[in-house]
Design a protein around this ligand. Sequence first.
Ligand code: ZN
Length: 249
Amino acid sequence: MKEQLALLRELQNIDLELDEIKSEKEEIVARLKENTGFLDRLVEDLNDQKEELDEIRTLQRSKRGDLDDIKEKLTQKQKRLREVSSNREYNAVETEIESLKKSAEQTEEELLHLLEVIESTEASIKEKEDKIVQLREGIASDEAAAEQELAKLDDTIKALEDRQEEARTEVSRRVIHKYDFIRSRRPGLAVVAAKDGHCEGCFMALPPQQFIEIQRGESLEICPSCNRILYFWEDAVGEESPAESLEEA
Ligand SMILES: [Zn+2]
């Protein structure tokens, strides 16, 4: 059983390393996705603002048309003023002229305000467009770097999976089955050391008789508290981690 447990520890190291590399991969993919999401939102904002600008320009055109109409009417009224004979009519036309002048003034003010809005919207659009160009460049180089990183991780995964497969064939079916069952129940360690009468997985005290059995290493011992497979800590002294052995390979 001691030999089986040693093989199991090796398998566990490989599996833990695989877990870590796979979550590293997921993080990279998530980061890329987040960046693209941010860019997408910015592009959406930009399109909204362009639409807004179109609407303001349409309003501007219509206001300009209004102003032309008012000025046209004003010219007509001023011509009329020179032609009227009665005082009463003169006063009436003069009042109309005053009111037309006022509304021309008001429309001009509105047009001035619209021009300001157009200018600031255009500036904001330009700013966004520049930012988008920058972001796209950043994302492109990020993606290129990530691709390399992911390819490297895939190589490591491949190497680890080869070793995982090899290690699994060396462990007995019964032990592998127990190991897989524990790992399916909770992530992390499935095989833990027993030291000074304690389980190093959950730090609960083990029954003294069981601790003796673990030291003997003739049977498959399970922690009664956390249900992990136990080995005697001294048996694992000097074992290397899979990362170290990969670097050597
Ligand atoms: Zn335990």
